[in-house]
Design a protein around this ligand. Structure first.
Ligand SMILES: Nc1ncnc2c1ncn2[C@@H]1O[C@H](COP(=O)(O)OP(=O)(O)OP(=O)(O)O)[C@@H](O)[C@H]1O
Ligand SMILES: CC(C)(CO)[C@@H](O)C(=O)NCCC(=O)O
Length: 403
């Protein structure tokens, strides 16, 4: 059990009980959300109106694995017995008492179809499939309503949390930047339409970046972009206009006129460019493009708020800044780009929320209190297969109760 502190025997020697695991198996990453109930007496369980205990306290945990390393994920689930919850879990029973022998976990994303057999074969688990878009919307609505300090704006390096008025949440545009990008107009709980998408997304950044820079990991590529200068490769308006702005149409000399445009005229080979400059140009090109398409879709439907999720963003300042500037620029300040702390976990959370336990009519997760320790979504760490990377240490205190 040394892989993940959350599974250690606690101070009272009570094993922490894991119940309810959900997966989002995407083109690039597998996201896991699971609930561990508190081991004992540290907090009173939730009570109903007449004071009868009707729930359990615990923590929501988040972890992720590269889809290409799905065997690490299977090993993680197996080693930590994450599947013991599932249907057996009522949220109230001890797992030892569970007599149900059918094991299933909720799963969404394309991989829920692609890897269904693998889960059956290796873990004897059935994946109960939930629609990817349904899950994204459920996850986003849930976070926007239930979580403290979930949505924030990012402008000029400043992060500002946005207070969401539950009565004035809809409509909004949800832009999920995964391997590809989905744009979803959300009108309410379960009311949405996928209005657009683009194949130029996170997979494009990582895929092209890998080819062009020889980086071995996404983190390395992202890290490189910090030190790069996109002007080394991008053609700016000033490069075309002899250093001047093209002010008649509102283009300053520093605006990118053509991403990677200098590669044509420079007469250089790939090796002559610094990998950090390539990474920066690529990140800027893709973020800009997504910001612009998002704004155009918001405009189509008169939406003022655009929430961006997906693991491409990765809490990365330059990515968020570029997207926010693009939305601000194209909308002339009318539309607002907002980001979500749990960016990449929307789908997995949606799958998690879709459990219908026979003994729980309505599942409600409340008391979302981000933990001050280990709760940062912006600390970049290297991928650790058994812990999941970055958000593997993230957990949120919450309660599950019968509504
Ligand atoms: N450790 C990582 N390894 C690979 N890609 C990463 C990593 N961290 C962030 N990314 C970025 O996140 C993207 C995947 O995001 P996300 O997990 O939200 O989508 P997905 O579910 O895999 O994709 P899709 O929904 O299109 O199937 C990658 O394409 C890459 O740009
Ligand atoms: C195919 C999905 C939905 C899989 O998550 C995603 O990668 C995506 O939205 N791609 C963009 C496809 C398009 O609309 O062009």
């Amino acid at each position: 059990m040394e892989h993940n502190r959350e599974f250690e025997i606690d101070g009272n020697s009570n094993p922490i009980q894991i119940s309810r695991l959900a997966l989002d198996i995407g083109g690039s990453l597998i996201k896991l959300v699971y609930f561990s109930r508190n081991s004992g007496d540290d907090e009173d369980p939730p009570k109903d109106k007449v004071g009868v205990s009707n729930g359990v306290n615990g923590r929501l945990h988040f972890a992720k694995f590269e889809t290409a390393k799905i065997n690490d994920c299977l090993e993680f689930i197996s080693a930590n017995k994450l599947f013991l919850g599932g249907e057996c879990d009522s949220g109230f029973q001890h797992q030892e008492n569970c007599t149900n022998d059918r094991r299933f976990i909720k799963a969404t994303g394309g991989g829920a179809y692609k890897f269904s057999e693998l889960f059956k074969e290796k873990l004897d688990i059935s994946l109960e499939k939930e629609d990817e878009m349904d899950c994204l919307v459920i996850g986003a609505n849930f976070l926007l309503k239930a979580a403290n300090q979930e949505a924030f704006t990012y402008l000029n390096g400043q992060k500002e949390f946005v207070q969401i008025d539950h009565n004035d949440l809809y409509p909004y545009l949800l832009v999920n930047i995964g391997s590809g990008v989905s744009m979803i107009k959300v009108d309410g709980d379960g009311k949405y339409e996928r209005v657009s998408g683009t194949s130029v997304g996170g997979g494009t950044f990582w895929g092209l970046g890998k080819l062009l820079t020889k980086c071995q990991s996404f983190d390395e590529l992202l890290e490189l972009s910090h030190q790069g200068n996109n002007r080394a490769i991008d053609t700016l308006v000033g490069d075309i206009y002899g250093g001047m702005d093209y002010s008649k149409v509102g283009l300053s000399s520093t605006t990118i006129a053509s991403s990677f445009g200098k590669a044509i005229s420079d007469n250089k080979e790939l090796e002559d460019y610094k990998p950090e400059d390539i990474s920066r140009s690529l990140l800027r090109m893709i973020s800009n493009n997504i910001g612009q398409i998002s704004y155009l879709n918001a405009l189509r439907f008169g939406l003022k708020r655009i929430f961006f999720g997906g693991f491409f963003i990765r809490g990365h300042s330059y990515t968020m800044d570029t997207i926010a500037v693009a939305v601000h620029f194209w909308s002339k300040g009318e539309a607002k780009a907002m980001f979500l702390r749990h960016e990449g976990f929307l789908g997995a959370l949606g799958a998690f929320m879709s459990y219908e336990s026979p003994s729980l009519d309505n599942l409600v997760v409340n008391q979302m209190v981000p933990l001050p320790v280990n709760a940062s979504l912006v600390t970049d760490t290297n991928f650790d297969t058994l812990k999941g990377d970055l958000n593997g240490t993230e957990s949120i205190r919450c309660s599950i109760y019968r509504a």
